[in-house]
Design a binder for this molecule. Structure first.
Ligand code: CDP
Length: 215
C-alpha cells in the first residue's frame, strides 16, 4: 500500500510552511517544500541570465540543470552543484520571478514527477499550491491554509522579506496550468486569528480521525 500523503496548499505567507513542518514532525513524516523546488529553478535561471519569457530555452535547460532535489533527515533539500541552496531561494529576483517560472507547463511537469517520487517509499507532508489538486488528487488528507491579505502581508514583513505577495498570488491563481485553488474536498483553515499550535492540532486531529475511519 502507498504511504500516506498529506497535502497542504494555500496562498503566499499563509503560514503553511511552518504548519506543514510541525505536522510532519508530529507524525514522523518527511516534510517536502515544493515552493523551494520552483524557487531553485527560478534562481538558477536568473543566475544564467535567462528570463521567464524564454520558455523554449527553459524547457531545454530543465533536464541538464545541476539541481538536485533530495532530503536531509526528514526535510526536503535543494542542491545546486552539490551546494545546498538556502538564502538564495528568497532573493528579490527569485520572489519577483518565481510565479512566472512556475506558470510554465514544462517546469510543472518536470517537478511533478519528482514530487510524486518522494511519496513512493515514504509518508510525506507536502506543501505548495497544487498538491491536493494535481500532485496527490486521490489523498484523503487535504488542507487549504489561508489568512486575510492583511495578516499575510504583516507576516511576510515580520520575516524582513521584500516580497510582493499579492502579485504572486494573482499570478498563481490566474495561470492556466495547475493554478492555486482549493481542492473541492480540502478542509479550509483560516489562520488569521489562530496560533500555529492551534492550526497544527486541527490538522493532526483531522488526520488521526480520518485514518481511524479509513482503517
Ligand atoms: O513561502 P511562500 O508561500 O511565499 O511561497 P512558496 O511556497 O515558497 O512558493 C513560491 C512560488 O512557487 C509560489 O508563489 C508559486 O508561484 C510557486 N509554487 C507553485 O506554483 N506550485 C507549488 N506547488 C509550490 C510553489
Amino acid at each position: 500500500m502507498k504511504p500516506p500523503a498529506i497535502a497542504i496548499d494555500g496562498p503566499a505567507a499563509s503560514g503553511k510552511s511552518t504548519v506543514a513542518k510541525l505536522v510532519a514532525k508530529e507524525l514522523g513524516y518527511t516534510f517536502i517544500n515544493t515552493g523551494a523546488m520552483y524557487r531553485a529553478i527560478a534562481w538558477y535561471l536568473a543566475q544564467q541570465g535567462v528570463t521567464p519569457a524564454q520558455r523554449e530555452k527553459i524547457a531545454e535547460m530543465l533536464p541538464i540543470m545541476p539541481l538536485d532535489f533530495g532530503k536531509e533527515g526528514t526535510v526536503s533539500t535543494v542542491l545546486c552543484a552539490g551546494k545546498r541552496l538556502e538564502s538564495e531561494l528568497t532573493e528579490p529576483v527569485v520572489n519577483d520571478r518565481v510565479s512566472l517560472v512556475a506558470a510554465i507547463p514544462e517546469v510543472r511537469a518536470f517537478l511533478l514527477h519528482k514530487q510524486r517520487k518522494y511519496n513512493e517509499s515514504e509518508a510525506v507532508v507536502m506543501e505548495g499550491r497544487d498538491i491536493g489538486t494535481v500532485v496527490f488528487p486521490d489523498t484523503p488528507f487535504k488542507y487549504f491554509v489561508t489568512a486575510s491579505e492583511e495578516v499575510r502581508a504583516a507576516r511576510r514583513a515580520a520575516q524582513g522579506l521584500t516580497d510582493s505577495i499579492s502579485e504572486r498570488d494573482k499570478n498563481d491563481r490566474e495561470r492556466a496550468c495547475s493554478p492555486l485553488t482549493r481542492a473541492a474536498d480540502a478542509r479550509v483553515i483560516d489562520t488569521s486569528d489562530m496560533s500555529i499550535e492551534q492550526v497544527v492540532a486541527e490538522i493532526v486531529n483531522d488526520i488521526k480521525a480520518k485514518t481511524q475511519t479509513l482503517a
